[in-house]
Design a protein around this ligand. Structure first.
Ligand code: UD1
Length: 421
């Protein structure tokens, strides 16, 4: 139960490197269940969701060695085909074990994920699509029991775009008999990356990164070497941290093309964005103005950066609007930002921010990963001291964000449990 202590008011400057992508890494790690042998995956961020996924793989069939952002995985004959409650309750993405386990063992027992800080988050799209691939599913005692006598290719149409279910179906379909076509598929870079990874393993996936993905099943796959794409959400977080302090920072190891709309929104506010190869620099010389944002599936504005922009827009004079169209309940952080003095009103899935109040430090509590990052960045722009508790949320998605911000000049430190009690 560490806390983060921020003394606000410093202007950030300098250069910082982004880590590999958590959300690309999680399904890719699950996909290593699809073939026995030795994998090397580079640019892996050392954060707790990744460590949870490694723990899950170890309980199923894997030996793993994790050193300095490189993961060596040896997939062996499975010991079991279960994703237990203890792991799923700490990370919903454990559901990514479902597709690969069905492809590999013909059966899977995965704890049914409950709700979370973002709302109900059902998994009906995953289950309905897998059912079409010839899987029978029963829900008993809090677990999904899934079984197949042989995965069969199928036509899948998702009513709404879903990253998780698109990935799960891809991972099941690569070893199915025949062809699977996924319509209205998620187009996120993390899905493109999963398709590339599977193809490197010997799969036949086409159209990943578009709304229509075709998977031609193959008999077997093989292990590979791979390097994860950069984390576009961490990139956005760091840019917001630079922006909120009116500093000038450069984020390296990015793929700027994955951040198109986010960079455009920062430009709309008034920031200058310079792109050079894999680096993005942000600074501001003139006036900043309020904007309107609507979250939607990629390539539209990502819901994961919505809380970060709410923090930023709270410091910019005038009325900004954010419409949240992915997770309608993703506003648990508002009352915490209000404790810092932000003027935010919630109406349905829309918030209106009356920006420009001087924020002032206070103790706050992080309700989820991105909200935790939003509170940290808001604290950078707040006068005096802010103590952020429930930092384990931050640690799920960021590798020591406080060290990165400190290296850019922030006055920020982690207070470890022992020091607190
Ligand atoms: C992933 C990301 C998360 C991001 C989200 C949207 C990971 C580990 N997590 O989450 O950071 O915020 O994409 O970009 O990559 N839905 C259903 N039924 C389902 C599945 C989804 O109704 O079976 C709904 C969800 O409640 C949500 C929408 O579809 O409203 C999109 O969810 P989805 O894209 O599946 O999100 P995740 O994969 O869980």
């Amino acid at each position: 139960m560490d806390e983060i202590l921020v003394r606000g008011g410093r202007t950030l400057s300098g250069t910082i490197t982004a880590n590999g992508s958590k959300n690309a890494g999680l399904p890719i790690l699950a996909a290593t269940l699809l073939a026995d042998g030795e994998y090397h995956i580079k640019n892996i961020p050392n954060l707790s969701d990744i460590r949870t996924m490694i723990k899950l793989l170890r309980t199923i069939s894997t030996e793993a060695e994790f050193t300095d952002h490189e993961l060596r995985i040896i997939t062996k004959k499975e010991k079991n085909h279960e994703a237990p409650y203890e792991l799923v309750k700490t990370m919903r993405a454990s559901i990514y074990a479902l597709g690969p386990l069905l492809a590999r063992c013909g059966e899977a027992k995965v704890s049914f994920p409950g709700g979370c800080a973002l709302g109900a988050r059902p998994i009906d799209y995953h289950l309905e699509a897998l059912h079409k691939l010839n899987v029978t599913i029963q829900i008993k005692h809090g677990y999904i029991y899934a079984k197949t006598k042989g995965l069969q290719g199928a036509q899948i149409y998702f009513e709404n775009k879903t990253v998780g279910a698109t990935a799960n179906v891809m991972m099941a379909a690569v070893l199915a008999e025949g062809t699977t076509v996924i319509q209205n598929a998620a187009c996120e870079p993390e899905i493109s990356s999963l398709g590339d990874f599977l193809n490197k393993m010997g799969a036949h996936v086409e159209g990943h990164g578009t709304e229509s993905i075709t998977v031609q099943g193959v008999k077997e796959l093989h292990p590979v070497y791979y390097s994860l794409i950069p984390d576009r959400i961490e990139v956005g977080t760091l840019l917001v941290a630079g922006a909120i302090t009116n500093g000038k920072i450069t984020v390296t190891n990015c793929m700027p093309e994955h951040s198109g709309i986010v960079l455009n929104k920062l430009r709309d506010i008034g920031y200058t964005i310079e792109i050079e190869g894999h680096s993005i620099t942000i600074y501001n010389k003139g006036k900043r103005k309020p904007i309107e944002i609507s979250t939607n599936p990629y390539p539209a504005f990502p819901t994961d950066l919505q809380p970060l922009f709410a923090a930023l827009l709270s410091t910019i004079e005038g009325k900004s609007i954010i419409n949240e169209n992915i997770f309608s309940d993703r506003f648990m952080y508002i009352s915490e930002l209000q404790r810092l003095g932000a003027d935010i009103k919630l109406s349905g899935s829309r918030i209106s921010i009356n920006g420009g109040n001087k924020l002032s430090g206070a103790p706050v509590m992080a309700p989820d990963i991105r909200a935790a990052a939003a509170l940290v960045t808001a604290a950078l722009a707040s006068e005096g001291e802010t103590r952020i508790s429930r930092v384990y949320h931050l640690d799920r998605g960021y590798e020591h964000l406080e060290n990165k911000l400190a290296s850019l000049g922030a006055d920020i430190e982690r207070i470890e449990t022992d020091a607190l009690y």
